[in-house]
Design a protein around this ligand. Structure first.
Ligand SMILES: [Ca+2]
Ligand SMILES: [Ca+2]
Length: 256
């Protein structure tokens, strides 16, 4: 699977290409395929709120765990900083510290049209209910809505794994996401807890609308140019080609 940050940059470039195509053909703006928020945890410049035991910093492998697997020594992002967010990076959570630990994102303005997806890479080792509740929640403008919660079995991640959620139903200008680890009662296992990387919020990458029939008159847009445009749009949706440059778009659309 491609790296989400590279994919995000690729989609930004694709959006730019679509914008040019749409401007040439329709005079319409490009509203699709936008990266709305991305986080590699190279630092906390974005302003995440760190609750009890949460840290942002380089990944550090933890000592062998009695229950579950250790924290990873390497982050998920292919950059040198090795940054992640985690509950006690390189060590276990304190099971005797009852209460919830929360990592809360900055505000992400989701007052946007269309489908919006939240994804992240997780390396989580969690005790289970009724001792521990691990959660992912989003703020819908009024309330925190749980989109993931553990059950009555241990979570024992031993690799970075991507999770993705459609959060379109919760879009609002004050959208946030938070990750929680709550020790609910005494006797919980000592485990390595949350490790988190490459959080991405993006709108759907839908097709550029085909030109309206009424706009296809005149010598400028020939049948051949239209077939080329359709092929490029299909290839762009499938991600099999680099976005065409301005000259290619103009040529494929039948413009000099
Ligand atoms: Ca990272
Ligand atoms: Ca840890």
């Amino acid at each position: 699977m491609r790296n989400p940050i590279r994919r995000g940059l690729g989609r930004l470039a694709l959006c730019q290409a679509k914008l040019f195509t749409a401007m040439v053909l329709l005079g319409a703006p490009c509203l699709q395929g936008a990266v709305l928020f991305s986080e590699t945890f190279a630092n906390n410049n974005a302003g995440w709120t760190l609750g009890t035991e949460w840290q942002i910093g380089p990944a550090v492998a933890s000592p062998p765990a009695g229950v579950g697997n250790e924290d990873p020594g390497i982050d998920h992002t292919p950059t040198a900083d090795n940054g992640i967010a985690g509950t006690v990076i390189g060590g276990p959570i304190n099971p005797n510290n009852l209460g919830i630990r929360l990592l809360t994102s900055p505000v992400i303005n989701l007052a946007v049209p269309g489908t919006v997806t939240l994804s992240f890479w997780r390396w989580l080792n969690s005790d289970h209910l009724p001792w521990v509740r691990s959660t992912v929640e989003v703020f819908d403008g009024s309330n925190w809505v749980t989109i993931f919660a553990n059950g009555p079995v241990l979570i024992q991640d031993a690799a970075w794994t991507q999770f993705s959620y459609d959060v379109s139903a919760y879009k609002n200008a004050d959208f946030r996401v938070r990750f929680g680890y709550a020790v609910l009662q005494a006797g919980a296992f000592e485990v390595s807890g949350w490790n988190l990387d490459d959080v991405l919020v993006e709108s759907a990458d839908t097709a550029v609308p085909e030109p309206a029939a009424g706009l296809l008159t005149g010598a400028a847009l020939s049948a051949l140019a239209l077939r080329r445009w359709r092929r490029r749009a299909a290839q762009a949706r499938l991600g099999v080609t680099a976005p065409p440059n301005a000259a290619n778009v103009a040529a494929s659309a039948g413009f000099p």
